[in-house]
Design a protein around this ligand. Structure first.
Ligand code: NAD
Length: 270
């Protein structure tokens, strides 16, 4: 039986690719496509919105429908909407995969609260390569140790609304874990003015916004005499969309109970 998928943020860059990939996957069935109230896509067919050139007989709606045997919700929207959709998922008893980034602490708390009632997988990046990078960066940080200066640089397209990217923060958290540092104590977001000499434990995080860059991340580990650079470059959003749908299948097919799950678990990296 295919899994009934509800995609929120249907007309967005990610939403359109999720609809397209869902439509061609025999294990999945697009059951609903949701956009923000008043959005021009509401009422139109999801296939048309995704540019498929054919109808999927799924009209875009303003909210997630109750009932209808939903198997999973996949959310790539805006921070406030993601928290709201996690609460709806909990109320409906439906697992949710969240790719949306830039959530405030309070919105993260609401997502964690939803995870007490349904399975939730919230990942800053669904690409397999980036999740391998997280693991590798943690190991490299632990092995190189205290003396290396760590800096992270990310680049994204000029339409992205949050900075730094959720992926850069995920990378910084992985490195901080490897170094037994608390990211909140050592993170520095950009530098400007007379900032003084670099404190050794600092982790610098820098965001570039330009053109149509899908997503690039580099972690630098530098010491007098050498520098290690770990880089990931995404060239298509399909890498994220495929990973999110893989996570959705994993949550449903392995019958996960309520709780917070990670992409590393989906990929067997932990
Ligand atoms: P986008 O702006 O192109 O699309 C977001 C869509 O969500 C828009 O169409 C918007 O109208 C819609 N939306 C807003 N509020 C809504 C609501 N209440 N209900 C339904 N739809 C609503 O953005 P995008 O590039 O598709 O990215 C979306 C999010 O996903 C961002 O937070 C981005 O950082 C994140 N992202 C994550 C990954 C990952 O792998 N985790 C990858 C790419 C993007």
């Amino acid at each position: 039986m295919p899994i009934n998928v509800c995609i929120t943020g249907a007309a967005g860059r990610m939403g359109q690719r999720l609809i397209a990939l869902c439509a061609e996957d025999p294990e999945l069935r697009l059951a609903c496509a949701v956009e923000s109230p008043g959005h021009a896509a509401v009422g139109k067919d999801a296939g048309q919105i995704a540019g498929l050139g054919r109808e999927l007989n799924v009209p875009v709606t303003e909210r997630i429908p109750a009932g209808g045997g939903l198997g999973v919700i996949v959310d790539f929207t805006l921070h406030a909407a993601a928290a709201q959709h996690a609460e709806t998922a909990a109320a409906l008893g439906v697992p949710i995969v969240i790719g949306t980034t830039g959530l405030t602490d309070d919105e993260k708390r609401r997502v964690a609260e939803a995870a007490r009632r349904v399975p939730v997988l919230h990942a800053p990046n669904f690409s397999v390569g980036v999740n391998v990078l997280f693991k590798t960066a943690e190991m490299v940080a632990r092995t190189l140790g205290e003396a290396y200066n760590v800096e992270i640089v990310e680049a994204h397209h000029n339409q992205k609304v949050d900075a730094p990217s959720g992926t850069a923060l995920g990378l910084a958290e992985a490195i901080a874990r490897g170094l037994n540092r608390n990211l909140k104590d050592v993170a520095v977001y950009g530098r400007h003015g007379l900032v003084g000499k670099r404190p050794p434990k600092e982790i610098g995080i820098h965001a570039l916004r330009m053109g149509d860059v899908v997503g690039e991340h580099t972690a630098y580990f530098a010491i007098g005499g050498e520098r290690v650079e770990l880089t990931h470059k995404a060239s298509s959003r399909d890498t994220f969309a495929r990973g999110a749908l893989r996570a959705a299948k994993w949550l449903v097919r392995s019958n996960k109970g309520p709780g917070m799950y990670t992409m590393a678990q989906v990929l067997g990296l932990e």
